[in-house]
Design a binder for this molecule. Sequence first.
Ligand SMILES: [Zn+2]
Length: 211
Amino acid sequence: MIRIRKSSLPADTVIRDERDWIPGTPVYARLTEDCHGKCYICEDNSSDLNVEHIKPLSKYPSPAFALSWDNLLLACKEHCNPLKGNSFAGIINPCVVDPEAKIGLSTGLGRIVIERLDCDTDTRETAELLEKVYNATGLNANWRTKCRKLRGKIETNVKMFLAYAENAGDDTYDELIRQEIDNSAAFAAFKRKIVRDDPQLCSRFSATLAR
Ligand SMILES: [Zn+2]
């Protein structure tokens, strides 16, 4: 999960019901732009996405949340959205606080390591959701298969990034590294943590990290 800088809703756009945020609407287009075409929960940019309410509809049915631009983001239609469902009403809102200051993500042996960086309730709840999303914690065999596939994508992406990082200092590779740690890249949180944890990389790419 990574910081999302959400723009304002296009002028004259009104959200009256779900028909106003389906694909093809100005709302969906603006969300796609703001979220860089990826899921705000797992950061995959190759899955089908749909509009997700940060504060879930079942617990916050009032139009103040249900129809609020500030409460809408994009998430995986078949993975993160159903896993979040109505159970996680208090996760980190990445438009308001920086998730990287609260959760550290890295690849481990057959699982994703999810590190809580503070004791806040939203951090705990987000970590619990990410345990399901990445590691299928507490879920059945079908979900375990789906999560393994997602981890495979992350591991491949991180491996490629580490090969770039070994060549840091070369202009071509430096540019590739910048692209991969930009907020717009898939699974950026994982690669940005690798850079932050390495003093040399951290100082070389501090400008991109700060964005
Ligand atoms: Zn997702």
